[in-house]
Design a protein around this ligand. Structure first.
Ligand code: SAM
Length: 261
């Protein structure tokens, strides 16, 4: 029998409480070099977080919502870049870490956080001219998630998504059998192509870019080798993804879309 939304939330809260404890123990002020990297976003073609920030800030938003903000890394970085941000997350434990991070980064006046279930009808309406939805839609029932995201925006407001995808059944099968710690919460999934099409029915998609091909195999190597291989793997992937037909093997998508008027 499949779980109810309430059961999924309970499991998510247990998982996120463990993640929050790890994040709190490792919490440091965001290094200036990282803020500079994201402000410039020079490598947005190969680095999907830079792409997301570039897309999100293209139209110089005045008030950004970080939906499913987790421990507030992105919200705080955006705050350090000068943006006003409000983060929402269902887990009170990660929100505690996010508030502490904002304090450490000296942006508590610009960046605030609220505990809320993104699949409920409790979030504000028409409050933001930009919404960041980074790795969160795949945790939610799609229709409820899209409705909330649409409601948060003013008409014409921009939304930037980043989600894991599995368009190919073979890849999904391989992923389920790969013996690495995927650090994922119990009920998350990868989005299928028909769900991307659905995003395009609700929002007007302006740009879309895919990431991760060989990069997923680098996860089989020890973490200590990340620094050496990561830059090569991301660059190689961005070149290969230019080849027609390769997108169906991608592992992540970044989308810039607009709320329909
Ligand atoms: C993979 S994490 C992504 C966090 C952050 N956006 C990032 O990319 O670092 C997914 C986040 O979604 C949150 N989440 C899951 N279900 C949610 C819901 N129903 N409403 C709001 N947030 C939810 C989780 O608590 C978690 O912090």
């Amino acid at each position: 029998m499949s779980k109810t939304h309430e059961q999924r939330i309970q499991d998510e809260l247990v998982f996120q409480a463990q993640e929050a404890a790890k994040d709190m123990a490792a919490l440091r002020r965001t290094p200036d070099v990282l803020v500079k990297q994201y402000r410039e976003a020079k490598n947005w073609r190969s680095n999907r977080v830079e792409c997301l920030i570039r897309f999100l800030t293209l139209n110089k938003p005045t008030f950004i919502c970080d939906f499913g903000c987790g421990s507030g890394e992105m919200a705080t970085r955006l705050g350090r870049m000068g943006y006003k941000v409000e983060g929402y997350d269902v887990s009170p434990d990660v929100i505690k870490v996010a508030r502490k991070r904002a304090e450490l980064d000296g942006v508590s006046d610009k960046v605030s956080f609220v505990v809320a279930d993104g699949a409920s009808d409790s979030l504000p309406k028409g409050k933001f001219d930009a919404v960041l939805a980074m790795s969160v839609l795949h945790h939610l029932p799609l229709e409820e998630g899209l409705r909330t995201l649409n409601d948060l925006l003013v008409p014409g407001g921009r939304i930037a998504f980043q989600e894991p995808v599995a368009y190919s059944r073979l890849l999904q099968w391989l992923r389920d059998r790969t013996p690495v710690d995927k650090e994922v919460s119990p009920d998350e999934r990868q989005l299928a192509w028909h769900e991307i099409v659905r995003i395009g029915e609700v929002f007007e998609i302006e740009q879309i870019r895919h990431y991760i091909l060989f990069h997923r195999f680098w996860r089989l190597l020890p973490r200590s080798m990340d620094k050496i291989f990561d830059p090569w793997a991301t660059k190689l992937d961005s070149l290969l993804l230019m080849i027609p037909g390769m997108k169906q093997f991608a592992g992540a998508v970044v989308i810039l879309a607009r709320k329909r008027e």
